[in-house]
Design a protein around this ligand. Structure first.
Ligand code: AMP
Ligand code: ZN
Ligand code: FE
Ligand code: FE
Length: 285
């Protein structure tokens, strides 16, 4: 009990985290994690570097990704994928579309912000690593550098909120389609922070059902953005439909208060992910 420390949701500079994949693995070692999943937004670009670092630093690595999705109603949903084949053509095509759409969407948001604030696209790209998946956190970094907000959290509470007039949506596949594609690629799909209502609207039960029918494997119940009072609902769904439950930090380096290991996943759940994953292997140090 309480032996193995497993954190299955983290970001690097390959998306909107502030540490490179090897720095992320080093931070995991520092936080005394035994197992870390790297789950950058719509990209597996950090897997190779994280694999090398995990072998060197003695941290077991679960290669993963966080797939951006949107329902027909326009509600944002994130689906974590573990151990999928990173070369699977259809999944690759979908995440590439989302990644490209994120870029034009960020440019659009910056052009709207630039009408009211001294902010340029160059100010933003300075905070984006080459080839990284662009997100609002990068715009936040530019706002911080310009002295317009104190930190990313303040930017998200104000100008970058999904309720702000500067907010723009981007293309993303429907969640059930993403779940089916992840399965087709041999991956294990887990609904990330399903009831994170502070971020925007969250989905109702029919969307869970569609995702379950498409092959959903688990629910990320233990995540700081899931309000306590909504967790029994998630636990009930998991029990009813035979889904496993995970817990994770959603660490973004210095970009968010979330700390590595603040929520963790049980060892038997990791075993289940490893049994179901067919497209990539866990990297044992
Ligand atoms: P986007 O993917 O561009 O829509 O932006 C959402 C990303 O911003 C997710 O990775 C979140 O983890 C991150 N995020 C959401 N809220 C905050 C916050 N308050 N501070 C920092 N990052 C945040
Ligand atoms: Zn992120
Ligand atoms: Fe997310
Ligand atoms: Fe995340």
């Amino acid at each position: 009990m309480g032996g193995v420390r497993i954190d299955l949701h983290t970001h690097s500079t390959v998306s909107d985290g502030t540490e490179s994949p090897s720095e992320l693995v080093a931070a995991a070692a520092e936080a005394e994690l035994d197992v870390l999943a790297i789950t950058d937004h719509d990209s597996t670009g950090g897997w190779a570097e994280a694999t090398e670092a995990s072998r060197r630093l003695g941290v077991t690595l679960v290669p993963g990704m966080e797939v951006s999705c949107r329902t027909a109603e326009g509600i944002s949903v994130h689906v974590l994928s573990y151990l999928h084949d990173p070369t699977h053509p259809e999944l690759l095509e979908e995440i590439t579309k989302s990644k490209d759409a994120r870029l034009s969407r960020a440019e659009h948001m910056v052009s709207l912000l630039a009408e009211d604030y001294p902010l340029s696209w160059d100010d933003v790209t300075r905070h984006v690593a080459p080839g990284a998946t662009v997100g609002r956190p990068h715009i936040a970094d530019a706002l911080v550098a310009a002295g317009l907000v104190g930190d990313r959290t303040e930017a998200f509470a104000t100008m970058l909120s999904s309720r702000s007039r500067y907010f723009v949506q981007h293309y993303a596949p429907e969640p059930a389609r993403a779940v089916a594609l992840i399965r087709a690629a041999g991956g294990v799909p887990v609904f990330a922070h399903p009831v994170a209502s502070a971020r925007g609207r969250t989905v109702a039960e029919p969307v869970y059902q569609e995702m379950i029918d498409a092959g959903l494997a688990g629910l990320e119940v233990f995540h700081r953005d899931n309000p306590e009072e909504r967790r029994p609902f998630l636990m009930g769904l998991a029990a009813e439909h035979g889904l496993f439950v995970t817990g994770s930090s959603d660490y973004h380096g210095t970009g968010k208060p979330n700390r590595l290991g603040e929520n963790m996943t049980a060892e038997d759940v990791l075993g289940e992910i490893e049994r179901q994953g067919r497209g990539a292997a866990v990297v044992r140090s």
